[in-house]
Design a binder for this molecule. Structure first.
Ligand SMILES: [Zn+2]
Length: 163
């Protein structure tokens, strides 16, 4: 997935934050978390010298984020900070939506570190010399454009309703 992570995060966070008093900050958390796994590209390019597919790093392991969310949830309970639980929910959901979308045209290891089971729902064949064109001219890119359009419509509708 190339261009739809942020719009998909907006749609997800918008849904989960609907009618919540902290709507704006919840959506902000959702937007950050919708692209957070891809920050491992810094490691991919700057440290690993592109030796390992970045989808194999722990930032793309759904169970890593589930564990982190669970630990944070327990901490919020111990510290009596129940108001952050909605943020944890939005963050985890947007992170998992990222991995779900990456499961189309990339291998995501849903059960790591316990299993090497991976899901790649749609194989994108390398038809062009520059790999990006293979993705852009594949039908999955039309789905990405659809997600972007849906997010734009919802954003404009929300903006109009706020006036
Ligand atoms: Zn990703």
């Amino acid at each position: 997935m190339f261009i739809a992570h942020l719009p998909a995060g907006y749609l997800t966070a918008n849904l989960l934050a609907r009618k919540h008093k902290n709507r704006s900050s919840l959506i902000a958390v959702g937007l950050v978390c919708s692209i957070l796994p891809d920050f491992d590209l810094l490691w991919f390019y700057l440290v690993d010298n592109r030796q390992t597919a970045h989808h194999e790093y722990f930032f793309h392991w759904p169970l890593f984020w589930c564990f982190l969310a669970f630990a944070t949830w327990i901490l919020s309970w111990i510290l009596g900070q129940g108001q952050i639980r909605r943020y944890i929910l939005v963050a985890l959901t947007c992170l998992l939506v990222h991995m779900l979308l990456d499961s189309f045209a990339a291998e995501i290891y849903w059960l790591r570190p316990f299993s090497d089971f991976h899901l790649n729902a749609v194989e994108v064949p390398a038809k062009f010399e520059w790999w990006v064109w293979s993705f852009v001219f594949h039908w999955t890119f039309a789905v990405e454009i659809g997600i972007c359009l849906a997010a734009a419509i919802v954003f404009l509708r929300n903006k109009k309703n706020a006036i």
